[in-house]
Ligand binder design. Structure first.
Ligand code: ADP
Length: 505
């Protein structure tokens, strides 16, 4: 087993990886940019090293600096997390050159599966159904438009280097083609330095359902079942759950077999995710492979009881997977919401800043994966994901009830968060019935907004009554220090409020 692992990432995922290492008795090395000097992952790691300025291209994207730290600190392995360099084949290559084990697939497997068009070609060869469209980038706009006409609108233009919904444009009609082409190509160039685009048939109202696979270096490749990720805002996932409300055991097996077939034909080793779109008749179509750990991996962990990060480390160390996939059946239900520092009342604009106070939910079935703490300043330089709140229950209903309860307990001041968005989603009748698709949330947000869902019915009044009682008992008391209550209003507002209310019977 490894002795010391370099964690080439930041935020909640760096903390998640660090925790797995600690449980395995492996030393951890964190890296950080200037603004991340006091971040939680740096505080928790055994060692930490600065790697440059805030801009990620000067720090978290610098392979040379990562290799320097790995060598200097004597690491024998590197975990890339997700985002940043996690899907860049240059990182496993640099690791191989430096004699360090990369905890993830080989550079070759990344190349064969990671790009959207290469993944599609592989899927076709492995007889996995794909979304209709081209599996090569198209250079010439006239040629592309002729293909789109032949395919029939609506179509979707996609950047081959795409990610995070960038470089993607829905084209509803022929008249809209030329400007959508220009927009997609220039957005792709700005985001990825690669303007190449390909075409897919735009499926109307599909579900996004993905399969988690794990493959060891000894030929065993297993499916750990699906995650339903149809709750998306502008093509970005915000709520994920397992199992999917619509997947039958038979369909789970078929999708799992397709994903494993794809993994095997790409020579894949380690954890990966095969994404599919699923139509109303439950036909599934390959979308892309993510050659890394997913943000939403905890929902799979909660229903399988497995620790995916520890398994990634064990696989990279050459261990055999200790189970066959027939033995894995999901137990209960898990759901994750992604809490972001963003303002839901201002078009979800990022809301970085100092966290003045924070109360984290706990209790039965609740897990919180986060990389923040009270007093820490959320930098403006990175993705504003603060925490992932995950609930587990025996049924979907119990899971949703736990998640709602936990969201009510969650309080954070100093920055805005999207907590209210989840309070709304988790009470929508269609969501509760599992009748969701990838445009459902965008359509919901376009509807007139109902009055905000209060954190807990009656909490507001109870807080006022408790405040009045607390104030009068302090100021009328015989203590000469009664005036003290006057000097502590901010503490009450920032911290005491909910706890005082909790004491009201
Ligand atoms: P990215 O890598 O940028 O996240 P994906 O290819 O994974 O892009 O797609 C992200 C989301 O965009 C999907 O989950 C789905 O909601 C939507 N999408 C992608 N391709 C299609 C398609 N052909 N038809 C309809 N929706 C699509």
């Amino acid at each position: 087993m490894f002795k010391k692992i370099l964690i080439a990432n930041r935020g909640e995922i760096a903390v998640r990886i660090l925790r797995a290492c600690r449980e395995l008795g492996i030393q951890t090395v964190a890296v950080h940019s200037e603004v991340d000097r006091t971040s939680l992952h740096v505080r928790l790691a055994d060692e930490s090293y600065p790697i440059g300025a805030a801009a990620s291209r000067e720090s978290y994207l610098r392979i040379d600096k990562l290799m320097d730290v790995a060598n200097q600190s004597g690491c024998d392995a590197l975990h890339p997390g997700y985002g940043f360099l996690a899907e860049n084949p240059a990182l496993p290559r640099a690791c191989a050159d430096a004699g360090i084990t990369f905890i993830g697939p080989s550079a070759e497997a990344m190349e064969a599966m990671g790009s959207k068009t290469a993944g599609k070609q592989l899927a076709r060869r492995a007889e996995v159904p794909t979304v209709p469209g081209t599996s090569e980038p198209i250079e010439n706009p006239e040629e592309a438009q002729a293909l789109a006409r032949g395919m029939g609108y609506p179509i979707l233009l996609k950047a081959i280097a795409g990610g995070g919904g960038k470089g993607m444009r829905v084209v509803p009609s022929d008249a809209a083609f030329a400007s959508a082409w220009r927009d997609a190509a220039s957005e792709a160039f700005n985001a990825f330095g690669d303007s190449r685009v390909f075409i897919e048939k735009y499926l109307v109202g599909p579900r996004h359902i993905e399969i988690q696979i794990l493959a060891d270096a000894h030929g065993r490749c297993v499916s750990l079942g699906e995650r339903e990720c149809s709750i998306q805002r502008r093509h970005q996932k915000v709520v994920e759950e397992a199992p999917s409300p619509v997947i039958t055991p038979d369909l789970r097996r078929k999708m799992g077999e397709a994903a494993v077939r794809l993994g095997r034909s790409g020579g894949y080793v380690n954890a990966g995710t095969v994404e599919f779109l699923v139509d109303a008749d439950l036909n599934f179509y390959f979308l892309e492979v993510n050659t890394r750990l997913q943000v939403e991996h905890p929902v799979t962990e909660q229903v399988t009881g497995l620790d995916l990060v520890k398994l990634q480390i064990a696989i990279a160390a050459g261990h055999r997977l200790p189970f066959a996939w027939e033995s894995i059946t999901p137990r209960g239900h898990a759901m994750e919401v992604r809490l972001y520092a963003e303002d839901p009342d201002n078009n979800f604009f990022p809301s970085p800043g100092k966290i003045i106070s924070r109360h984290a939910p706990t209790g039965p079935g609740i897990r919180l994966d986060e990389g923040i703490y009270e007093g820490w300043t959320v930098p403006m330089d990175y993705d504003p994901l603060l925490s992932k709140l995950i609930a587990w229950g025996n049924s979907r209903e119990e899971t949703i009830a736990r998640l709602r309860r936990a969201l009510d307990e969650y309080s954070i001041t100093g920055i805005r968060t999207n907590v209210s968005l989840f309070r709304r989603i988790l009470t929508e009748p269609e969501f509760l019935r599992g009748e969701i698709h990838t445009k459902w949330l965008d359509e919901l947000l376009a509807r007139p907004r109902p009055p905000a869902v209060p954190p807990r019915p009656g909490t507001e009044e109870a807080a006022l009554i408790a405040a009045a009682l607390w104030h009068s008992s302090n100021s009328e008391g015989s203590s000469p220090g009664g005036g003290e209550s006057q000097s502590a209003p901010s503490r009450w507002r920032l911290e005491g409020r909910r706890r005082q209310v909790d004491r009201v019977p």
